[in-house]
Design a protein around this ligand. Structure first.
Ligand SMILES: Nc1ncnc2c1ncn2[C@@H]1O[C@H](COP(=O)(O)OP(=O)(O)OP(=O)(O)O)[C@@H](O)[C@H]1O
Length: 342
């Protein structure tokens, strides 16, 4: 049992997109987890499985076509779904929960200097704060993060992609949010620039500016380097949640196993090896089949898997959504650096 403070508690969260044709795209389904103080929690899963929708939903602010269906989110003990939209905008978004979107680099307004962007943003939360104070605060934060404060006088166009991304991360965390959700913050960057963005995020965390992080990526090696725990998401659901080493080196859910085996490792002899790939595709989130959502692609699926919806089963330090868990655990697995073979 952990004694760490819970920063975020998500219970059975369900959210969906309402299409103009009246259909519901059920992007987040029955997601539950806790995020503790001092923790970096990774979310992995293939494109379209609902990672970004989950991170957006955690702010409590639902902009059409995204809609809330059911469940609760407690941020430092406060149920954010009980708050009104003005409170969420002023007191939660950016101040307690900061979502750094995938297209963060484009979040900056190209027509205004970085410093004016920061002033506008801060004024929304702290209308009485003087411009001079805002600039001072931003300069100090930039300097403490080894970011040149001269960029405040530049336009976004004058910055490289990596610098823009780092600036966005620094601005998004100016108000010391307790939870930061970084959504693929490095996916559009080259490897060395990726490293500098990750370093910046780690620094914010190590300096205690940010108390806990949700890190979304499909780049599993990145998760391996920074996360304490990982959730694997498939078709709107978490299918496995556990410690980073367990999920990456010894995954249990058949989908987690397939995901880990799909990692490209720069190893000798890899060139001649055939890359494992999963047959089929995830279910259409408008028409979710009964039973396990992965059943159609799962090498271990039996008739039972398609009959009832599958709940998460808790093991010691891990939870897994699979009715064949006993079969998997008793089969004796051969663990490989990135995955498990039978
Ligand atoms: N604005 C929208 N309107 C309708 N459907 C949407 C919208 N945004 C996302 N979706 C759908 O919701 C599902 C989940 O999308 P989401 O972007 O959350 O996945 P993701 O795991 O973050 O993918 P990626 O890694 O590619 O960003 C997908 O089926 C997607 O097509």
């Amino acid at each position: 049992m952990t004694t760490k403070k819970t920063m975020l508690e998500v219970n059975n969260l369900k959210t969906y997109y309402q299409t103009r044709l009246g259909e519901k795209i059920r992007a987040v389904h029955s997601v539950s987890f806790k995020l503790y103080e001092g923790e970096i929690f990774g979310i992995a899963g293939e494109s379209g499985c609902g990672k970004s929708t989950l991170a957006m939903s955690l702010s409590g602010l639902f902009l059409p076509p995204l809609k809330y269906e059911s469940g609760s989110v407690f941020l430092e003990g406060d149920n954010i779904f009980k708050k009104d939209i003005n409170y969420l905008r002023k007191e939660i978004l950016g101040k307690k929960y900061s979502y750094i979107p995938q297209s963060a680099m484009n979040a900056l307004n190209p027509t205004i200097k970085i410093k004016d962007f920061v002033i506008d943003l801060m004024k929304e939360h702290e209308p009485d704060m003087k411009e001079k104070e805002i600039i001072e605060l931003t300069k100090n934060r930039f300097e403490s993060l080894s970011l040149p404060s001269r960029v405040l006088n530049l336009y976004p166009l004058e910055l490289s992609g990596g610098m823009k991304q780092r600036v966005v991360v620094a601005i998004s965390t100016l108000m010391n949010p307790v939870v930061v959700a970084a959504d693929e913050p490095t996916s559009a960057l080259d490897v060395s620039t990726q490293k500098s963005v990750i370093q910046l995020i780690k620094e914010l965390f190590d300096d205690g500016i940010v108390k806990s992080i949700i890190f979304i990526t499909h780049e599993l090696p990145v998760l391996r380097h920074i996360c304490d725990r990982i959730a694997v998401m498939y078709a709107g659901e978490f299918v496995e949640v556990g410690k980073m080493e367990d999920v990456i080196f010894n995954p249990i859910h058949p989908y987690s196993q397939a995901l880990m085996q799909s990692i490209l490792v720069p190893e000798k002899g890899m060139k001649d090896k055939k890359l494992p790939s999963l047959p089929g595709s995830p279910p259409d989130l408008r028409k979710i089949p009964k039973g396990c959502r992965f059943a159609d692609r799962c090498p271990l699926a039996i008739e039972e898997c398609k009959k009832e919806n599958v709940e998460m089963v808790s093991l010691d330090d891990r939870s897994v959504r699979c009715i064949r868990i006993n079969h998997i655990l008793t089969q004796g697995k051969k663990v490989t650096p990135y995955g498990t073979k039978y």
